[in-house]
Design a protein around this ligand. Structure first.
Ligand code: KG4
Ligand code: ZN
Length: 368
């Protein structure tokens, strides 16, 4: 039963090559990503099989991400997988990337359906109720850019790559590290969408606010763009805090909406926090204040399973295989979908409910 898991475990290495690319360039360049996929996929799958001491014949099925994502990268994975399953006569399980992020927590901890999930990454920001392996209710999503994208852009604008402690880190990781020695109160950025009582997100305006502040500080310090500012730690701390506060407020409203509409069990309701940005310890702490106030249990996979990884795709395959959902014979043609919504969209209902939030005292780490 776990053979496919072993198989895909090693795909982690393959994703790592993408990460190195992302860190060095400060973002993903689709054609470079595609080239890396093409160069690595055969070798990584081969290595995965060898290290797991598994032959293709012993696999129960092959699970591959087909949506949403970069078309050029999805195409390589899908093409390879379809050739592979036809050659070895194996079932094929197409996977939705966001569903995989949402269900990873169930691989490690006893999280049963239904549960609320906040997914925050470089490409997404959404709140959903997971009611089953392939059954989601979408409560909110980002209206513009994702939080990881905003953090990466701020990190780039601050030239954090030049910071001796940050040269090998992603934008979000760099902001988290520098924020530890910063004073967030020195830059009181406005939390987005304060007057919109729904569960959607927006990070483009915040990114704009921060860029204007950086320009102002560059003028004050008399330095050019590309020079590390003296107040870089304080800007990082304020950025991280505002992102955390925005995520916390929308999540708080989603919890209240779920309670009002009986979408979560009254016994032990849970919130799962996942996606690359969920590796952030400060964001986890701020969300803990919300779950403690509302009586939910918070589950966060460890950082290596929060960021993109092959294991979460394998796990989604295992879950689908167990339930017999979405398993295709090898010869069925499958298409990739660069854009693919998650679940049934009830964002309009959430907005119509216009739930006002009670104030919450956040237990914020003193060093942030
Ligand atoms: O889920 P993920 O690995 O890939 C996407 O599907 O996007 O998320 C990557 C994003 C990047 O924007 C990165 O800066 C952010 O997650 N990230 C973090 C942290 N580690 C990675 N953001 C905040 N704090 C972190 N520790
Ligand atoms: Zn992801």
């Amino acid at each position: 039963m776990t053979l496919e898991l072993l198989y895909w475990m090693r795909l982690v290495q393959y994703w790592e090559s993408l990460y190195i690319h992302r860190k060095r360039s400060g973002g993903i360049i689709p054609t470079v990503a595609q080239q890396l996929h093409r160069e690595n996929i055969e070798r990584v799958v081969q290595e995965a099989l060898e290290r797991s001491c598994v032959t293709p014949g012993q696999l129960s099925a092959v699970a591959t991400t087909v949506k949403p994502g970069l078309a050029l990268s999805l195409a390589i994975g899908l093409e390879f997988s379809q050739r592979f399953v036809r050659q070895h006569n194996k079932p094929f399980i197409p996977i939705h990337h966001m569903e995989a992020h949402a269900l990873t927590a169930r691989m490690l901890q006893p999280v049963s359906f239904p549960f609320l999930v906040l997914l925050v990454s470089g490409g997404h920001s959404l709140l959903a109720v997971a009611r089953g392996v392939d059954d989601f209710l979408l409560l909110g999503h980002t209206l513009d850019i994702a939080p990881g994208d905003a953090l990466d852009k701020v990190a780039r604008r601050l030239s954090l790559i030049k910071h001796p402690q940050c040269s090998t880190l992603s934008g979000g990781q760099a902001i988290e590290l520098l924020a530890k020695d910063g004073d967030r109160t020195l830059f009181p950025f406005k939390t987005p969408m304060g007057q919109t009582y729904d569960c959607c997100f927006s990070f483009a305006g915040l990114h704009n606010q921060i860029t204007l502040t950086i320009k102002k500080k560059e003028a004050e310090e008399g330095v050019e763009q590309g020079t590390l500012l003296r107040c870089v730690n304080d800007i990082a701390a304020a950025t991280q805090h505002t992102v955390a506060s925005h995520l916390a407020k929308r999540t708080h409203r989603a919890i209240l909406f779920c309670k009002t509409n009986n979408l979560l069990p009254s016994n032990n309701p849970s919130l799962v926090l996942s996606g690359g940005v969920a590796s952030n310890q400060y964001i986890r702490k701020v969300l803990t204040s919300i779950t403690e106030t509302t009586g939910l249990q918070l589950f966060c996979p460890p950082p290596k399973y929060c960021t993109d990884n092959g294991v979460m795709i394998a796990w989604n395959g295992v879950e689908r295989l167990r339930e017999g959902k979405g398993i295709l014979p090898p010869h069925v043609d499958v298409r990739y979908e660069p854009k693919a919504p998650l679940g049934v969209d009830i964002t309009a209902e959430v907005k119509a409910a216009a739930i006002k939030l009670p104030s919450v005292r956040m237990k914020i780490p003193t060093d942030g």
